[in-house]
Design a protein around this ligand. Structure first.
Ligand SMILES: CSCCC(=O)C(=O)COP(=O)(O)O
Ligand SMILES: [Mg+2]
Length: 235
């Protein structure tokens, strides 16, 4: 018998509502970028992210105001730029640690994640949200700490962009699993296409009410809930 499939999940639109991220988390970070950058000037993660913003702008001497403007422009366009995600991750992690933020999951998700873990499926997260954001998110769920369910976390910094096949090849190498023994669940066809191009199995999560619903998930096997995904994996 073959090893259990490795399951990799996206966050926004797949395990939780896009609206929660955009309406709750994004404003939370927007209000705090300037103070965060100025009060964490000695933090290497912040220094690196600010340098990446300056590089992207082509303005090596950009001050905090200019950097914050760039971050907010990316937020307005929902551009998943790595330095934006790094800085958001630090700000959100502090918000989760203080109890100001709690994460959000669709009601079908946590029970199925527990079932998959109990059945021996190694599970990972791959999100544009930074690894620090992911750790805070899964560590502070309405049902407590979900981190023990996962073997590891990938983001655009340690794996690369989510619409590029090479990122999935890199993750498969890091996990040490054969590509055709990994299944990726995401709400975005472009991400699923990239995973499939790397040889992964794919499941498109298409939830009524989500902003990407009308776009569909291309020609990937499609579910509306994690219960349906669980049944699909058992076939
Ligand atoms: C707690 S992670 C925050 C979500 C986020 O910032 C994001 O961009 C999610 O994108 P995903 O790749 O999970 O769709
Ligand atoms: Mg998503």
């Amino acid at each position: 018998m073959s090893d259990p499939l490795t399951i990799v999940v996206d966050i926004e639109g797949t395990t939780g509502a896009t609206g929660f991220v955009v309406d709750r988390l994004y404003p939370y970070s927007r209000e705090r970028f300037a103070a965060w950058i100025d009060t964490h000037a000695g933090d290497p993660e912040v220094t690196r992210a600010v340098a990446q913003v300056r590089d992207a702008l082509g303005e090596p001497d950009a001050g905090t105001d200019r950097v914050v403007r760039a971050l907010n422009d990316w937020l307005d366009r929902d551009e998943k730029a790595t330095p934006l995600k790094t800085l958001q991750g630090g700000i959100w992690a502090a918000g989760f640690a203080s109890g100001e933020l709690t994460s959000h999951f669709f009601p079908d998700v946590i029970p199925v994640l527990r079932t998959w873990h109990a059945a021996g499926h190694p599970m990972y997260v791959y999100s544009s949200g930074s690894v620090s954001a992911q750790l805070a998110w899964f560590g502070n769920s309405p049902e407590g700490d979900l981190l023990p369910l996962f073997e590891g976390h990938f983001d655009t910094e340690n794996a690369g962009p989510k619409r590029v096949a090479a990122s999935y090849e890199k993750i498969a190498g890091a996990i040490g699993a054969a590509p055709d023994r990994i299944v990726f669940l995401s709400d975005l066809a472009a991400e699923l296409d990239a995973a499939r191009a790397a040889g992964w199995r794919t499941i498109g999560v298409r939830r009524p009410g989500e902003p990407h619903y009308d776009r569909g998930v291309g020609n990937h096997p499609e579910v509306a809930t994690f219960d349906q995904a669980d049944r699909m994996l058992q076939q």
